[in-house]
Write a protein that binds this ligand. Sequence first.
Ligand code: SF4
Ligand code: SF4
Length: 123
Amino acid sequence: MPFIITDPCIDTKDTACVDVCPVDCIHPRKDEPEFQTANMLYIHPEECIDCGACVPACPVAAIYDGPDSTPDNQKDLIDANTIYRLGDADSMAKAEAIVAAHRTKEPALMAIPAPERAAAHHK
Ligand code: SF4
Ligand code: SF4
């Protein structure tokens, strides 16, 4: 099962996970044009080899090891990760729209500083 990036990545986006991923399946990278405007980064669900290297690298615990372990209030972002992989402008925009809707749907979570947000996922 692919790993999933969730909402502590919003506002963080430091690309520490990109630097350790052995198969370059996390996008957008800093050298991709979408990076500046992207709300967060996304894992390509078919390219991810489930190695787990990105999890300890993430300073804000944004990455879960699959859809089943992704908390209920983050499951909308599974689709964002999935859709972004298609790579065309429309798909990337749809993924970003899901994240924007997530920001609106979860105001209490989004008010928590990113480094503390994962701890609140299960509350
Ligand atoms: S689990 Fe491994 S392959 Fe998948 S995104 Fe993380 S570092 Fe990349
Ligand atoms: S390491 Fe975590 S916060 Fe940084 S870009 Fe990756 S998922 Fe986002």
